[in-house]
Design a protein around this ligand. Structure first.
Ligand SMILES: NC(=O)c1ccc[n+]([C@@H]2O[C@H](COP(=O)([O-])OP(=O)(O)OC[C@H]3O[C@@H](n4cnc5c(N)ncnc54)[C@H](O)[C@@H]3O)[C@@H](O)[C@H]2O)c1
Length: 442
């Protein structure tokens, strides 16, 4: 169990400079959180080094990127080099002793048969071990390449961005859509799903991909870390967590979250790995970040509601720039809709006893209830309908503000951080926007 430790003050200016390196452990995608880290590292003149998750051929073989894929990925990174070694984590495609993989076994399972599926623990642990051995071998290749790319004595941030692990089987999409977006007859409570064989499989897979990869990274980079620090460099590890967010509700900041956040168990494991690293004197921090719209959050609906009050937090802290951001957001609304109406609707949901009573930091993550899911989904839909075009969202505009601000705060804090976990809440993001107005510019 973590203590709730929000970042309360804008960090002192870090000493990162040209020649220092930001190493992304996880592939960069278009809207992804890591874009903010890259922006901040580039602003400081740091060298950005990317990695890739790799790709699977149609026969399931994990491979590096082709020259075209590599060129596209490097262009997305903004020109930096990508170490072309597939860093996919997880075990769903592993075939221990030639036995069919998890993905293969699930191929014929129909969505209505989900309760009858189960996996032998012993098989899962052998598959998990195989996946881990592959991931560690590939991480070791990445470290070998980093030895040649990072100058002696440079300061380095290893930025863990990985999260995922939904096993690749068709049965999961309809099922998870029911768990995360289902209302009426389609609603599937998260608790029985999580306790089922498929839920237990997800738990193991999320732990491996979202949680344990940080521990593997810290282990695999030990020799490089020692060489860099012996030559006078600082080495920090950052990871993106989620464990609820402090937002403005009824005019004051309070912690909130949503249900069901089934990755929450793996995110707490991620925090545990940062704590274990700290106990060995390693500078590792999980930065618990707000809900935003990215490729990874596209599976969920309603989690974005807590992003709207960021507008009010920014208005309270920033003068002129806030008006420009609000004008940009207001221009995205449908005829007749107003920002005030949008914020009222979001606040009504965020302060509804049905939602607030169901959530508690100490027992997080909570499972879903039908009434609470239905209120979340209906509110999300009403807020979407207030937009002129549901592909141009106020939350996309605000997501950009959040990934930029968190990128700045993570890089600056990493320099001399002493905490294993820090929450980057809406208040600190708004306060940063007051001192770094470019964060809220288009
Ligand atoms: N989007 C949000 O609301 C939100 C909120 C708080 C924290 N986060 C965290 O931010 C981080 C980045 O996520 P994002 O939202 O920017 O989405 P994203 O889809 O851009 O990034 C997800 C990352 O996970 C990696 N990944 C996925 N499956 C993997 C696997 N099997 N093996 C190795 N890597 C794998 C991807 O390569 C990518 O780097 C994640 O840790 C996520 O949990 C996201």
């Amino acid at each position: 169990m973590s203590d709730y430790t929000p970042l309360r003050a804008i960090p002192e200016t870090a000493g990162y400079k040209p020649g220092d390196c930001l190493v992304l452990i996880g592939e960069l995608f278009g809207r992804g959180y890591a874009n903010g880290l890259i922006e901040e590292a580039r602003r400081l003149g740091m060298t950005v080094i990317g990695t890739t998750v790799g790709r699977r051929d149609s026969d399931g073989t994990l491979r590096c990127l082709t020259p075209e894929e590599l060129a596209d990925a490097e262009a997305l990174l903004g020109g930096g080099a990508i170490i072309n070694v597939p860093l996919e984590a997880g075990f769903d495609m592993e075939t221990p002793d030639g036995e069919p993989s998890v993905a293969e076994r699930l191929k014929k399972v129909k969505p209505d048969e989900w309760e009858s599926v189960s996996f032998d623990d012993e098989f899962i642990s052998r598959a998990r071990e195989l996946g881990r051995v592959r991931f560690m071998a590939n991480l070791a290749r990445v470290m070998t390449e980093l030895e040649t790319l990072i100058p002696a004595g440079a300061n380095v941030i290893f930025a863990h961005t990985m999260a995922g692990g939904i096993p690749r089987a068709r049965v999961f999409m309809p099922l998870l859509n029911r768990v995360f977006k289902g209302s009426g007859d389609k609603y599937l409570p998260s608790a029985p799903f999580w306790q089922s064989g498929l839920g237990k499989l997800c738990d193991a897979s999320f732990n491996e991909v979202t949680g344990d990869t940080l521990r593997h990274l810290i282990t695999a980079s030990a020799a490089l870390r020692e060489r860099l620090t012996a030559a006078g460099g600082r080495v920090a590890y950052t990871a993106y967590g989620y464990h609820g967010t402090g937002i403005l509700r009824n005019g004051s900041f309070a912690w909130q979250s949503y249900t069901p956040y089934l990755q929450g168990y793996a995110k707490m494991l991620l925090e545990d790995h940062a704590k274990a690293a700290r106990s060995q004197g390693i500078n590792a921090t999980v930065f618990n970040c707000p809900e935003i719209l990215t490729n990874s959050s596209a599976l969920f609906l309603g989690v974005e509601i807590s992003l709207y009050p960021l507008l009010q937090a920014i208005r309270a802290e920033v003068d002129d720039g806030a008006a420009a951001l609000e004008t940009r957001c207001a221009a995205l609304l449908a005829d007749g809709a107003t920002l005030a109406g949008l914020l009222e609707e979001a606040n009504r949901y965020l302060t509804a006893p049905l939602i607030t009573d169901a959530l508690s930091f100490d027992t997080w993550p909570q499972h879903s209830t039908k009434e609470q899911m239905e209120l979340m989904l209906a509110t999300s839909n009403r807020l979407m309908e207030m937009h002129a075009d549901q592909k141009q969202l106020v939350c996309a505009e605000l997501s950009k503000v959040v990934f930029r601000a968190t990128g700045h705060l993570m890089v600056q804090t990493a320099w001399s951080c002493a905490e294993p976990t820090l929450w980057l809440n809406h208040d600190i993001i708004a306060r940063l926007a007051a001192t770094r107005p470019e964060i809220i510019q288009p």
